[in-house]
Design a protein around this ligand. Structure first.
Ligand code: NAP
Length: 252
């Protein structure tokens, strides 16, 4: 797969309608662009806090701030104008920035930083699920996917550190599993999954790219194409799990 690969979403009902939350981010923008370039896709509802984002005839914009539930509800109220949704991808997240530095030791743990990470990485996606899951169509393959991270896997944690990010992504993983159970009762063909994009060249990973092995730092376009290919290949039995960019299931 390269950045030029044309995305196909053949396993979904089409014309397909998708929403990307966090369409101003490195990976979110690439996902929205890949979806807009996909023949099966009719509309991409691109929701973001910053006004920057993809420009395309199939893209409609909606403002959203994960720290303001009313804005999430408003974006969800606007989405049905474009038809039932088939795919919702939450591509928001935070690792560093305003009062937030990944902790190397327990001495660096700060309540405010933990709270902020939990809000953006776990509570925000949960509120998006609350307002957007009811917009997914029934009786066909649909998907709700949130970008999580391998470091949120409790089983996989051999290195330690990064308390706030790890713990907030672990909380997101538990939310995904719980949402998946409820969603399956409503539509047994629906998917609710976490996705690990690999290490991707975005503002989020920028300070931490020096140790990344050669060939393992993906462009956002490649990551987006791979993640959409993973979603296209998953079936209902995969719901409630976390998948990496190459389709590998990562244990929670
Ligand atoms: N890059 C990697 O190597 C990597 C690896 C593993 C997992 N991930 C995960 O992939 C996801 C996307 O990361 P990225 O690399 O694309 O990061 P990014 O370029 O920094 O994008 C982050 C996105 O989150 C949005 N966001 C943050 N706080 C928000 C809020 N309160 N309300 C609404 N939107 C908010 C940002 O919006 P603004 O534009 O308004 O700030 C931006 O769209 C994250 O969940 C991250 O944890 C990334």
């Amino acid at each position: 797969l390269d950045g030029q690969t044309i995305t196909r979403l053949r396993s979904f009902h089409h014309p397909l309608r998708a929403a990307v939350i966090g369409a101003s981010g490195g990976i979110g923008r690439a996902l929205a662009e890949a979806l807009a370039g996909c023949d099966e896709v009719a509309t991409v509802v691109a929701c973001s806090r910053s006004p920057s984002g993809p420009e395309h005839a199939k893209v409609v914009r909606q403002p959203i701030d994960l720290e303001d539930e009313a804005s999430i509800a408003e974006a969800a109220q606007a989405a049905p104008a474009y038809g039932e949704l088939d795919l919702v991808i939450v591509a928001t997240g935070v690792l560093h920035g305003r009062g937030l530095t990944p902790e190397k030791t327990w001495r660096a743990i700060e309540g405010a930083a933990l709270a902020r990470s939990f809000w953006i990485n776990a509570i925000g996606p949960a509120l998006v699920a609350k307002h957007f899951l009811p917009l997914l169509g029934g009786n066909r393959k649909t998907a709700f996917a949130a970008l999580s991270a391998r470091v949120g896997s409790i089983t996989d944690n051999q290195l330690g550190g990064w308390y706030a990010y790890r713990a907030s992504k672990a909380a997101l993983n538990q939310l995904i599993r719980t949402l998946a159970i409820e969603l399956a009762r409503r539509n047994p063909e629906a998917l609710c999954v976490g996705l690990h994009p690999g290490t991707v060249d975005t503002a989020l990973s920028a300070p931490f790219q020096s140790g990344v092995p050669e060939g393992k730092l993906f462009t956002p376009a490649i990551a987006a194409a791979r993640l959409l290919a993973v979603l296209d290949n998953l079936g209902p039995e995969d719901s409630g799990h976390l998948f990496a960019w190459d389709g590998e299931a990562i244990p929670f």
